[in-house]
Design a protein around this ligand. Structure first.
Ligand code: IMP
Ligand code: MG
Length: 178
């Protein structure tokens, strides 16, 4: 199947928004230390860009979860491939994810992390697809609201491809174009 990518959000626009979110975090957490917990693999790219613009003391950790397989729709079942490499107990934790789609992955994750007694727990997502929500999740920081399209780039993949694209694009399949 041949694929084509239509650019939706340019790199400059993403980085400008990342800076705004970082500034907001810097203000809100002034005088405190934070833990950024990036969700692999998609959230890794955003976590790195965000962390470079954070000026309060920051620890960076990652955990790996899967909810998608290689297809286009969420299975609903979340698997922890590798748990957080940071102790979140008593820490101000910000979970950093690429996208909130159905909300299932983050609901599962946030419930799990809350049981570990962090001092505070917030959610930061680069993208939000509200039309697709199956479970309500409140994000504290959102980069962009996006339409219900299949997106790739800046960490988002299709069958593990396209994560490295510096922009966010819509993946068009042959049938979308004919
Ligand atoms: P949720 O549990 O349905 O909210 O799924 C969230 C996960 O699905 C994200 O972390 C992504 O890995 C994946 N995902 C959701 N929408 C897209 C998309 O448009 N492109 C690529 N991956 C997506
Ligand atoms: Mg993901």
């Amino acid at each position: 199947m041949s694929e084509e990518i239509k650019v939706l959000i340019e790199e400059e626009e993403i980085l400008a928004r990342v800076k705004e979110i970082a500034d907001q975090i810097n203000k809100e957490y002034e005088g405190r230390e934070i833990c950024l917990l990036g969700i692999l693999k998609g959230g890794a790219f955003f976590t790195c860009e965000l962390s470079k613009r954070i000026t309060v003391p920051v620890r960076i950790g990652f955990m790996s979860v899967s909810s998608y397989g290689d297809g286009l729709t969420s299975s609903g079942a979340v698997t922890i491939n590798s748990d957080a490499d940071l102790d979140v107990k008593g820490k101000h934790v910000i979970v950093v994810e690429d996208i909130i789609d159905t909300g299932r992955t983050l609901t599962f994750l946030l419930n799990m992390l809350a049981k570990r007694n962090p001092a505070s727990l917030k959610l930061c997502a680069l993208l939000n697809k509200p039309e697709r929500r199956a479970v309500e999740v409140a994000a504290d920081y959102v980069g962009f609201e996006v339409p219900d399209k299949f997106l790739v780039g800046f960490g988002l993949d299709y069958a593990q491809k396209y994560r490295n694209l510096p922009y966010i694009g819509e993946l068009l399949f042959e049938e979308d174009r004919s």
